[in-house]
Design a protein around this ligand. Structure first.
Ligand code: SF4
Length: 306
């Protein structure tokens, strides 16, 4: 198995199957257009940050013991683990290196800090502990706008250990295929969709959650076809006015098996003499909105503004 890298840990937070495929089939692990864009912005964030720093050293073997303040492009092979860090910062304290230790820094290609970013940072902290015998309690995330975010790493250490043990156990217990929100940005999308269709995998159902899948599997239901047979229409309780329309995966499965459309309740369209419709376009990662469209319907007169 390839050594576990920070990218593997970040990818695990998106989908364990992704890491399994990355470690098993290196050829298919190509970057998507989205990945390339993110990487480009990430490199820009790093370059911009470095231009503001003085006394920054390029990593070389034995540099850590010399106690330089800032070291960039660190790469250390730890057999089972791969320590790749764009930047580490010196802090006062005690470690096997001397009266100081290093903290990890990561750079983002967006302005949103996701769970995978925190885990990647904590993993770098975990590997630094192996190198310097001291776990850095904090790390730094630099976002696309150059904003600095201090992150507590201690509370993430347990998660990191459990992720590492799951990855190391992939040969005995490979992850279960569950299609998810990340699939549309993943380089393995085609491989996984084909496998899911072959298995008639429950995660092909739109909106079904992992919790619902686990619950169904405990009842012995593993495919959409099996699920489609358990749908039972319920009698409407006349005492309850406007009962909520709940998502029923078994009804969706039935619709797929019978190739029919089922409507739980006909929607009532309520029109008013004055109506306003808004359309907003933006970049959610940056919290930036660049186009607002407004459609005004005023007593049969239609107006559109941007
Ligand atoms: S396509 Fe989806 S299920 Fe497959 S590895 Fe990627 S994220 Fe996971």
């Amino acid at each position: 198995m390839l050594p576990i890298s920070p990218t593997h840990i970040a990818s695990f937070a998106q989908c364990p199957t992704k890491v399994f495929l990355m470690l098993k089939s290196v050829e298919s692990s190509k970057l998507t257009e989205y990945d390339k864009l993110l990487l480009k912005f990430q490199n820009q964030t790093f370059e911009n940050y470095c231009t503001k720093l003085e006394d920054i050293q390029d990593f070389k073997d034995g540099f850590l013991k010399k106690g330089f303040e800032i070291i960039k492009n660190c790469s250390i092979n730890l057999t089972e683990f791969d320590f790749q860090s764009k930047l580490i910062l010196k802090n006062e304290g005690k470690s096997s290196l001397g009266k100081f230790f290093y903290e990890p820094v990561i750079f983002l290609g967006s302005n949103q800090i996701a769970k995978e970013n925190r885990l990647e940072l904590a993993y770098l902290g975990y590997l630094l502990e192996k190198i310097q015998n001291e776990f850095p309690d904090k790390g730094l995330i630099i976002d696309k706008n150059g904003g600095k975010h201090r992150v507590e790493l201690a509370k993430l250490k347990k998660s990191i250990k459990s992720i590492i043990s799951e990855i190391q156990n992939f040969d005995q217990s490979p992850p279960k295929l569950i299609l998810n929100r990340h699939c549309s940005q993943c380089s393995f999308e085609n491989i996984c969709k084909i496998q899911a269709q072959r298995e008639d995998n429950l995660s092909l159902l739109d909106r079904i959650t992992q919790k619902q899948i686990n619950k169904l599997e405990k009842k012995g239901i593993f495919t959409i076809k099996q699920l489609s047979f358990i749908y039972k229409p319920r009698r409407r309780n006349k005492k309850v006015k406007n009962p909520p329309i709940l998502y029923k995966p078994e009804l969706q499965a039935l619709a797929i098996r019978t190739a029919k459309t089922f409507i739980q309740r006909l929607p009532e369209l309520c029109r008013k003499p004055n109506e306003i419709f808004l359309d907003i376009e933006g970049v959610p990662d940056d919290g930036f909105f660049y186009l607002f469209g407004i459609l005004i319907f005023d007593n049969n007169i239609l107006m559109f503004r941007t």
